[in-house]
Design a protein around this ligand. Structure first.
Ligand code: ADP
Ligand code: ADP
Ligand code: ZN
Length: 212
């Protein structure tokens, strides 16, 4: 399954992507995670990307497109992948079309006020890519990752102001991709409210209906 995840920040893309990757057996490729790793490791790309991420803006297309091209060339992505956070505008979508043919685009949607609550309560592991929520998806031991026991931190761009900016960027630049994929007959839409496992069931059901 070559799947693209669409949806505003905080909709639950990353959370569902982990489950989908397990289910379908391909890698979970999150451009946000890859970029944050570059920033942490102070690579050339990380140094260029940092200010855009901090301000809640999109990192320039040329940088992100090459990053994804390189990642999709790796062997583990040949048969399938869950692409989370890319494409985010028309340029990126066109570039992706030139790299591979996706099977479906899954849109997770949620009400704006819920998006803010999701993002401002998000806690991420400083070591692995695990994601938690202070209230709705807490770790077993407060403040520490279930998977690797490292400390949980707040993403710098999850401050409310920046979250609002990111939602605006989504509305302006990424939302048009919904009709882009609809026109291609690839769009699957799922409401992202409810318990994580229930949403996952809805997603699997919606994807299987598409194939029938
Ligand atoms: P969320 O799903 O909460 O919006 P991400 O982890 O996907 O967050 O993205 C965090 C930030 O990383 C974005 O605000 C943006 O600055 C950068 N980013 C991630 N993916 C892309 C992309 N495809 N194009 C440009 N910038 C990106
Ligand atoms: P995205 O990748 O779309 O930005 P995430 O998967 O990181 O979204 O989820 C945003 C926040 O909401 C995280 O703190 C996550 O633990 C939490 N979350 C994800 N799905 C749900 C859900 N169904 N109900 C409650 N909280 C959720
Ligand atoms: Zn961890």
């Amino acid at each position: 399954m070559k799947l693209v995840l669409l949806g505003p920040p905080g909709a639950g893309k990353g959370t569902q992507a982990v489950l989908l990757a397990e289910h379908f057996g391909g890698p979970h490729i999150s451009t946000g995670d890859i970029l944050r790793r570059h920033v942490a490791e102070k690579t050339d790309l990380g140094k260029k990307a940092e200010k855009y991420i901090r301000e809640g803006k999109l990192v320039p297309d040329d940088l992100v497109i090459e990053m994804v091209r390189t990642r999709l060339r790796q062997k583990d992505a040949r048969k399938g992948f869950i692409l989370d956070g890319f494409p985010r505008n028309r340029e990126q979508a066109t570039a992706l079309d030139g790299m591979t043919k996706v099977d479906a685009a899954l849109l997770l949607f949620l009400d704006p006020e819920d998006l803010i609550k999701r993002s401002t309560g998000r806690r991420v592991c400083e070591n692995c890519e695990a994601v938690y929520h202070l209230l709705t998806n807490p770790p077993k031991k407060p403040g520490f990752c279930d998977r690797c026991h490292s400390k949980l931190i707040v993403r710098e761009d999850d401050r409310e102001e920046t979250v609002r900016r990111r939602i605006e960027v989504y509305e302006e630049q990424t939302k048009p991709l919904v009709s882009y994929y609809k026109t291609k007959g690839l769009l699957v839409q799922v409401y992202g409210s409810g318990i994580i496992d229930e949403i996952f069931e809805r997603v699997i059901e919606a994807l299987s209906q598409r194939k029938r």
